[in-house]
Design a protein around this ligand. Structure first.
Ligand SMILES: Cc1cc2nc3c(=O)[nH]c(=O)nc-3n(C[C@H](O)[C@H](O)[C@H](O)COP(=O)(O)OP(=O)(O)OC[C@H]3O[C@@H](n4cnc5c(N)ncnc54)[C@H](O)[C@@H]3O)c2cc1C
Length: 410
């Protein structure tokens, strides 16, 4: 591939950037697409160990991964879940969604982050018109005659010893920023972000429980934040779950510092022993929770997708799904531009993408904030409202069906 004549450069080889490159390369074979990644290597998948960071992929995300030929590579590391149980720690309200409610085989799949990244990387590497370039941290750029000139961090350029790996300056017509929450592309475009600090931290780890998960995703709403046990598959039993436990920063700091046995005990108590004893917990990771939304999704010849454009509270597990929807819509808009003899980097193309995605993402961000406030409120009337709400949803098959179908389409 001629790196001086790329059609599209995607910055960031997270799951969203890789999916974007793969989808564009599959749908439009005439394009030369490169993914530029700051890291030297991408995370590996351990055959005997789970990655504690997981995503709950919806039907829409599954279809996208199918289209690019990545789904088949996931194999048994995707855990389909057929049921989702949600309940309130301060009351009797609960709701149970079942795939039977919508006559589908499952509600979605829990897949480890590094598995999704790994299969997408393999697909990008297989496609003749796509290339992954690692060790390229985009630092600066300039644009002339509709071409981006992309420059990595200068210590790499002056790195004489590694000069055979020197990526030099790349040139591309359209730039897609998929470089995550601290997006350099967003900064270089001078796009501002609105930010909400939840003053909460999400702790993630893998837990082995004495009782099997039976392919059910479970979430308990505690005053200090949601606690989810998400079923995992692939290592031969039904006893491992990915835990996502959000709590106020100070409490999370205390919990993370506990030794494994004490943490497991706290976890089991917070989860009301719904899966029996928490027998073992793996390494714990903490993520500060902030919602961010870029004020614009594009600038001249460049566009933002995934966490670079928006990041949300993980309580509904929708961050990656929203990013994959950006991927689908941007690809559609590029296809539409081609039919109209427009440059994919044309402002009107990028503006249409923004129009189709920004409102949707803003609505989800708002819904997550409202949810978070509602479930964090301790006053009696709020407790009554959310418990009644949960029970009402549970008693209404039609409402449940609508909620499930809406959630699966993201
Ligand atoms: C605790 C937690 C739980 C979550 N659970 C879920 C869930 O259940 N379901 C769900 O859908 N979502 C979930 N999410 C959100 C989801 O993980 C993210 O939305 C998703 O991973 C974002 O992917 P991305 O590719 O946009 O960004 P990232 O994964 O952040 O990838 C960005 C990439 O860009 C690279 N990069 C950065 N800067 C540069 C540069 N200058 N040059 C080159 N490369 C660069 C980085 O190295 C990285 O590889 C969760 C998030 C958290 C914190």
């Amino acid at each position: 591939m001629n790196r001086q004549r790329l059609d599209i450069a995607v910055v960031g080889a997270g799951m969203v950037g890789l999916a974007q490159a793969a989808l564009l390369a599959v749908r439009y074979p005439q394009f030369q697409v490169a993914v530029l990644e700051a890291a030297e290597t991408l995370p590996e998948v351990a055959p005997d160990q789970y990655d504690p960071r997981v995503v709950a992929l919806t039907q829409a995300s599954y279809e996208l991964l199918e289209e690019v030929g990545a789904w088949a590579l996931i194999g048994d590391r995707a855990c389909p879940y057929t049921e989702m149980r949600v309940w309130d720690a301060e009351g009797t309200g609960s709701v149970c969604f079942n795939s039977r409610d919508v006559q589908l085989p499952n509600l979605g799949h829990i897949v480890e982050n590094n598995v999704v990244v790994d299969v997408l990387r393999r697909r990008v590497e297989q496609l003749p018109n796509a290339e992954l370039i690692t060790g390229f941290r985009l630092e600066s750029w300039w644009r002339d005659c509709g071409q981006w000139h992309l420059q990595p961090r200068s210590d790499r350029i002056n790195d004489v010893e590694g000069s055979e790996r020197n990526p030099d300056v790349l040139r591309a017509r359209l730039l897609i920023g998929a470089d995550g929450v601290r997006s350099r592309v967003r900064d270089l475009l001078h796009i501002r972000c609105t930010e909400t600090n939840y003053h909460q931290t999400a702790m993630v780890c893998v837990a082995r429980c004495s009782e099997p998960h039976h392919h059910t995703a479970r979430q308990r709403f505690l005053r200090e934040g949601p606690l989810a046990f998400l079923p995992l598959a692939g290592l031969g039993d039904e006893n491992h779950c990915a835990v996502v436990w959000s709590a106020d920063d100070e409490l999370a700091r205390e919990l993370v510092m506990l030794d494994d046995a004490a943490f497991a005990l706290n976890l089991e108590k917070a989860f009301e022993s719904r899966l029996g004893t928490v027998e073992e917990v793996g390494e714990r990771f903490a993520f500060p929770l902030r919602a961010r939304h870029a004020e614009s999704y594009f600038g001249p010849g460049a566009v933002l997708i995934g966490d670079a454009a928006h990041s949300i509270h993980p309580l509904a597990g929708q961050g990656a799904n929203l990013g994959l929807q950006d991927v689908r819509v941007l690809s559609e808009e590029i296809g539409r531009a081609l039919k109209r003899d427009l440059e994919p980097s044309d402002n009107s193309v990028l503006a249409r993408y923004q129009r189709r995605r920004r409102g949707d993402n803003a609505a989800t961000l708002k819904a997550m904030s409202t949810f978070k406030s509602l479930f964090g409120a301790g006053e009696l009337h709020w407790r009554w409202l959310r418990n009644t709400g949960l029970s009402m949803v549970d008693a209404s098959p039609l409402l449940k069906k609508r909620i499930i179908l809406r959630a699966m389409a993201v």
